[in-house]
Design a protein around this ligand. Sequence first.
Ligand code: G3I
Length: 368
Amino acid sequence: MNKYIRFILPLTIAATACHSEQPVATMKEHFKNDFLIGAAVPVDHVNGLDPRADSIVTMHFNAIVAENCMKSEKINPAEGVYFWDDADAFVDYGERNGMAVIGHTLIWHSQLAPWFACDSAGNYVSAYVLRERMRNYIHTMVSRYKGRIKGWDVVNEAILDDGSYRQSPFYDILGEEFIPLAFEYAHEADPDAELYINDFSMSCPGKRDRYVKIVNDLRDRGLRIDGIGMQAHIGMDYPKIDEFEKSIVAFGNTGVQVMITEWDITVLPTVFTGANVGDIVQLDEKYNPYPEGLPEEVSRAWNERAAQWIDLFKRHSDVISRVSLWGTYDGMSWRNDWPMTGRTDYPLPFDRDYRLKPAFANELLSKN
Ligand code: G3I
């Protein structure tokens, strides 16, 4: 049977499964002996504003991570002011559905609340003040959900591709110590919560080596660290799968869990803006080649690439404890608006009609 026919048949079956309550294979059932299978969830899913996405999440996933509602800018926009409604609803939703709930993210330079590292004149605060603010913030967040959050992304995106530390308010003021401090404070607040360090471009050799050092250093100091999160925002031709695999192996060899935390595969051309998620440029149609739908050959290539990565993750299921997609269906992906607003991307397992794509449908039909 040629590849195209092989794709069409299971797609029909799986599509039916997604639109009905029929007891057919689900991702969480299929991967249950391999790893948790998770999704980033925006508040719209939780609040019932996107019921079809909600059905996908509850049917297929057994882990959820907060896409935005736990970021400091959202939850603690001014000193002493907390906006809990969305995060509370997110945690309730995960509990109600028996899912592992992942907190994202405590210490991150991006989407950082403007007050966090600055005084009223806009200058950096002292090391002492920043340590106290970090302690207060982490204690407040982690204690509120004590016993309800399986694990926290404690530090996010701290390292550059070459392995050097990213310049951020945390690094500028506290140097490398901000990482162990964050882990110490999180563990004080909930000694049973798992604690993770998370980053993108984890296939880069410099980053790989640095994270192995960081994990070993944290453990040498007697601090708790449970896992390394590999974001996996990948494209059709980057990164090289064998370089990514080297990082899975190197991280697994440290003895902590490896997690694929933010998986998606863009088909769109790269628009260079720098690495900051805040750097957004206006739509230019020449960088938006598929506004009306994905040509068959591109769709086929996407599914082939997705299948290769599923195989990779399964091959390393001895060290990979969770694979989380950064979203569920194409229409809701951050990729449509970054780094250029208003593009049409196709990065997730479910399409804009909430149908499971062939790579995943075929996987569910295969014997595991
Ligand atoms: O909620 C406001 C809305 O009120 C406003 O009208 C609109 C206009 O721009 O913005 C909305 O907020 C946006 C928010 O997503 C919710 O959609 C922010 O501008 C936008 O910057 C924000 O982007 C998020 C981004 O992180 C920055 O926090 C993406 O949704 C989210 O998927 C992305 O997730 C990150 C991970 O946390 C860390 N790793 C990389 C990953 C992808 O960038």
